[in-house]
Each structure stands twice: as C-alpha cells, then as structure tokens.
Design a protein around this ligand. Structure first.
Ligand SMILES: Cc1cc2nc3c(=O)[nH]c(=O)nc-3n(C[C@H](O)[C@H](O)[C@H](O)COP(=O)(O)OP(=O)(O)OC[C@H]3O[C@@H](n4cnc5c(N)ncnc54)[C@H](O)[C@@H]3O)c2cc1C
Length: 381
C-alpha cells in the first residue's frame, strides 16, 4: 500500500509529529499515515528522562497529562561547579519531572493509536530513496511507499544517512548508570544535580545525578555528558570523571553497568530536509548545551506537522522552507541560543571562569536561561 506519510521511528519526535498531524485532521486534510518502529513497546531507550516544563506545555496542548505515567518530581535542580552553585525551583514546585523512557514512549504510542494512526512495530528501516513522485522505504518487512517521509529515527538514524550521506556529523558522548538510593545519596533528596566540574579537564559538559524510579522503586540515574566541543584537547576517560563524582557520593562505579549512546546535535548550517523528506528530533539535531532532547523532539513534531499540512494543501513537497520554519519557531530559537551559549561557555574552560559562572553570576545565568533557554514552547503557534 502507498501511504501519504510514513514516519520512520516511534520515539518522541515521530510520535509528536503524528499527534500534531492528528490534531489537524479535517475533511480536506486526512492523510494516510503509518509509523514504522524497529522495536516493540515498551522498549528501552537510554535516557535520563528529565522532562522540562516546555515538554509538559506541548503535551498539555495535545490533551495529554504526563502525570498518568510513573514519574518522580525533582523539586529542585542544582547547576553546580564542584559541589555548589545555582539552585532553582520552577513552577508547580518542581524543576524537572523524571520519567522512564520505556514507559513514556509506550504511553505516547498508545495515544497515537487511540487517534487512529497505525504503528507497525518490529519493522527496521534499511534505506530511503526519494524519487519524483514519492519515497521508497526498504525495510526488513519489505518495501513501503509514501508521498513523503518524516525521519524520526534518532541520532543513529538511517534516514539522515540515506539522504545526506556526506553531511557533517556532530555528536555528543553520553554515559549513564542506574543505582539504588543509599543512605548517603538520600541526603540529596528528590533534587536533580548538574555539576560542571569536568569542564576544566576538557570535557565540555557535566555530570548529572537525578532521582528516578524503576517499577516504583526509588533509584538514582547518573551520567556524564560531553558535547565534544573540546575534543581537540587532551581529555581523561569520560568514565573516570563519572566514577570520581559517584565515589564522592559513596558509590563505586565498577559495581554498576555503564551504558553509552550518542546525541546528534543541532547546527544552524546542517540540512534537515530534502524534497519529500523531513527530519525531526535527534535526526534533525538536539540541544548542544545540555543534550536535552525530549522537549525538543516534541517541539519538532509541532513544526513538522505545520510544514506537512501546508505541503499537502499546496501540493508542494519540496520542503525548501522547512529549515527556515524550524529556525523561526520556538524550538529553533532555543536550539540556536543553546548552540551559541555552548560555544561561549565551554571553550572558556578555566576553573576560575566556571566558578564565577555557576557560583557568582547567578542572576545573569538565571536571566539568560529564562529568556533564551526555557519558555520557548509558548512561542509555538
Ligand atoms: C544517556 C542519555 C541521557 C539523556 N537524558 C535526557 C534527559 O534527561 N532529558 C532530555 O530531554 N533528553 C535526554 N536525552 C536526549 C533524548 O533521549 C533524545 O534527544 C530523544 O530521545 C530524541 O527523541 P527522538 O524521537 O528524536 O529519537 P529517539 O528517542 O532515539 O527515537 C528514535 C526511534 O526510532 C527508532 N528507530 C531507530 N532506527 C530505526 C530504524 N532503522 N527503523 C525503524 N525505527 C528505528 C528507535 O527504536 C526509536 O524508537 C538523553 C540522551 C542520552 C543518550
């Protein structure tokens, strides 16, 4: 069967695109849509699951209440340098809501299906070939054809590689570890910690420690993020810095399983569409500053649905203005601001600067975060 729209990948970006398209269904616009997802829900996805307020705003506008699924509210978020710094609490007495991605993505997928959109699970996309009147998608379950496709297959996705085989690739390195809550770590309460102590050692990122839960059991999720902005310098092993921070909190990293996955990030010069093909979420590019990508993925879905509706209305599938539409949207503005800020604060890697930034310039940091990093979802119109 030939579909109007094939969405490749059923993570937050693909599912958000589908949910936003469903919101636009009218008698004149009711395209046939199929989502191809290589795994079966609930499927694991390496991610700390920190949902910022913007993610919830987008979900609420879709009529979804994320509090339906298991979560932990992080009452405060600490942005520290070597153990002290800024401490914030946002609206509704929480700074972050922490979900598990197997549960979150399965919940989103259920809502997509409830809105009449089919998800074919266990189908792995192998290649994507656009031609003059459509796109052929080759999978382990045969060929699928569509007028257009949305590449939502994440940082290692096949869509981007098929469409832009020679485009530059910038990725961050990320490691994650789950531990139980011990007496020592319980002193950190339900607070989320980001510590930028690795920056002077040429790791352009931070170590995090979030409260989380697995099957109702309180746990901690630890990890280290390196945007790779200082990749030309001599760097210690990423794992060693995570081990240092965990040992300060009474944990021996060697006792736990460490997992890693890259995050592909946004760059204003990188392509994100071709005739009949749109990219969303990590496939298009996530946040360079923190590697925060769930709210961003949900935001891309909003913008892509707008672009697709307009394309079908005008029967023009060139998508030549998609990158511009993303750039002008709230999601594009926050991605651009984070790209600039990352390129400013990480190369200024000296301990004294990072100390000033996180401990002394607090009002400036908070104002910049409030104006340029957060609150962007309200601009999605
Ligand atoms: C360790 C780690 C911690 C993170 N922590 C946070 C955090 O706390 N908060 C936050 O906001 N962001 C976090 N992120 C980033 C966040 O996970 C991503 O930005 C987000 O998942 C992007 O969503 P997406 O839908 O674009 O891609 P994905 O979530 O990667 O979804 C892609 C989907 O496509 C499917 N797929 C892939 N290839 C194929 C194929 N060939 N055929 C069919 N299907 C395919 C996959 O199975 C998957 O379901 C973290 C990332 C990492 C690696």
């Amino acid at each position: 069967m030939r579909y109007d729209i094939l969405i490749l990948g059923g993570g937050p970006s693909g599912l958000s695109t589908a949910l936003h398209l469903a919101q636009k269904f009218t008698r004149d616009f009711s395209p046939t849509i199929l989502i191809l997802e290589k795994e079966h829900y609930p499927r694991p996805k390496l991610c700390a699951g920190g949902l910022v307020f913007d993610a919830e705003v987008i979900l609420e506008r879709l009529g979804l209440d994320v509090s339906e699924i298991p979560h932990v509210d992080a009452e405060r978020a600490h942005f520290d340098f070597a153990g002290a710094g800024i401490n914030i609490r946002l609206k509704k007495n929480r700074a972050l809501r922490i979900i598990r991605r197997d549960e979150f993505d399965a919940w989103l997928a259920k809502h997509v299906e409830n809105r009449g959109i089919e998800i074919r699970q266990g189908v792995t996309v192998k290649s994507v070939t656009p031609d003059s009147d459509g796109v052929c998608v080759e999978t382990n379950a045969g060929e699928f054809h569509a007028k257009i496709i949305v590449g939502a297959d994440g940082s290692n996705g096949v869509t981007r590689k098929s469409i832009f085989p020679n485009a530059p690739v910038f990725t961050a390195r990320v490691l994650e570890v789950i531990t139980p809550v011990t007496q020592a770590s319980s002193l950190r309460h339900n607070h989320a910690y980001f510590d930028f102590f690795p920056v002077p050692r040429n790791i352009a990122g931070y170590v995090w420690d979030f409260p989380t839960q697995i099957n109702g059991q309180p746990m901690r999720c630890w990890g280290i993020y390196d945007s790779n902005l200082l990749a030309d310098e001599k760097r210690p092993a990423l794992k060693n810095l995570l081990a240092d921070e965990m040992s300060r909190r009474g944990f021996d990293l060697n006792e736990y399983e460490v997992k890693g996955f890259p995050i592909r990030f946004y760059h204003p010069n990188h392509p994100m569409s071709a005739p009949r093909v749109l990219l969303v979420g990590d496939a298009a590019g996530a946040d360079w500053l923190f590697g925060e990508g769930i709210s961003i993925a949900l935001g891309y879905g909003f913008v892509a649905a707008q672009e697709i509706e307009e394309a079908f209305r005008n029967n023009d599938f060139s998508f030549s203005q998609y990158k511009r539409r993303v750039a002008k949207s709230g999601v594009g503005q926050t991605l651009f601001a984070r790209w600039i800020i990352a390129n400013l604060i990480y190369p200024l890697k000296w301990a004294w600067f990072q100390f000033l930034l996180w401990r002394v310039f607090q009002p400036i940091v908070l104002a910049v975060a409030w104006i340029f990093i957060l609150n962007w979802s309200k601009k999605l119109k």
